[in-house]
Ligand binder design. Sequence first.
Ligand SMILES: Nc1nc2c(c(=O)[nH]1)N[C@H]1C(S)=C(S)[C@@H](COP(=O)(O)OP(=O)(O)OC[C@H]3O[C@@H](n4cnc5c(N)ncnc54)[C@H](O)[C@@H]3O)O[C@H]1N2
Ligand code: MOO
Length: 411
Amino acid sequence: MKKPMLSAGQAIQTMLEQVDAKAGVESVALAQALDRVLSEAVFSAIDVPGYDNAAMDGYALRAAEVSPDAPLTIVGAALAGHAFSEKVPAGACVRITTGAVLPADLDTVVMQELVSQVADRNSLPAITCQLIPDVGEHVRKAGEDICSGQLVFAAGHKLRPADIGLLASLGFATVKVKPRLKVAVLSSGDELIAPGDELPAGKIYDSNRYVIKAMLQRLDVDIIDLGLVPDDPKLLENAFQHAMAEADVLITSAGVSVGDADYTRQILNKLGQIDFWQVAIKPGKPFAFGKLKQCYFFGLPGNPVAAVVTLEQLVQPVLRKLAGELTASAPSTLQAQTLVDLKKQSGRQDFQRGWFWQDDTGLKVKTLGAQCSGMLSSIANANCYIVLAADNAGVQSGDTVTILPFSALLR
Ligand SMILES: Nc1nc2c(c(=O)[nH]1)N[C@H]1C(S)=C(S)[C@@H](COP(=O)(O)OP(=O)(O)OC[C@H]3O[C@@H](n4cnc5c(N)ncnc54)[C@H](O)[C@@H]3O)O[C@H]1N2
Ligand code: MOO
């Protein structure tokens, strides 16, 4: 009996169970660490801030000494980078700027806008406060952001821009990260012509390799471009051997369906193994996963939209695990009202391309023209998928549908 096709969830689960994060550690300069995945947990060696300091420009004083009738004599100034280290006598205060060390024995900062400049009984410059402050007001306490010894990031965290700033604030000049994945990419098909070349009749431009590489750039992997490979089993096998020697992953497009020139499966069987080659999604049914010894193989369908959808939905979570990223939670779906009818044949989970927006009554979504899996414009003009379950038989305008906003790979 024919084996039932895997659902998208089952396919992802099957692949995730079979892959382990790439081994190895690299030390990189912090300025080069954006989008890299931490290979070990990061703990802070210092308190941030390192000392009690002013959160406002104004006057540092003892809150208990503030009274409208008792001017506080200004005995000095504490500036950011220049502490006031003398003793502050009773009845006195210190001019202070934002970020300056709070002088010892003082507990509060009053904003300069809330004081009046006066003279004390010896005609020295002094202030009175218009309001009685709370103790500790406008003081940033040592360690209130991060304490020495605190876990800052777990191993597997992918560094975002603010994380780089945080690591700099903790004094890290370098960080230990996982090595980047090496991903080989090829397009196969005798009908393909490189963009820029003349287009003879009956040929098309290779778009898959370009969209695949662009999406992979968002994942911060090293790309090995194996180019355009014609439907020639020997040349395809050579390209696969090249990937096996140099890459952690090979991503191909086309050649995994049932066409006469679909050699990919034969070569995979010869050089490695195929785990599965069909998934019950539309577009994207002819999707193959396998192994070429140490190199993982993802065979994307040739139809351009199917290639994009399978790379984003099925391959992305596996690449993230291979890159050592912490297992991410399932992508967040939203509910929206469709403003168009949606046709659907039952059998496969459908990823229709849609455009969603918010209006006064909630989230709305519509499709933009035909949903053919050969039409890249359907995805280039979209910002989400409308996800219809395998057993859904169509949706009417006004119904509520599940949408999945595009992930970072497509934004
Ligand atoms: N009898 C059947 N025919 C097809 C089936 C099926 O189940 N039974 N599945 C269809 C589906 S679904 C898809 S998707 C395609 C995928 O087939 P392949 O992955 O083997 O790819 P090809 O047949 O070589 O190409 C399909 C289509 O995509 C164009 N293409 C291929 N590579 C590129 C590229 N790099 N850039 C732009 N466009 C590309 C190619 O010219 C074809 O038009 O099979 C269906 N057929
Ligand atoms: O994957 Mo195919 O593109 O479903 O039509």
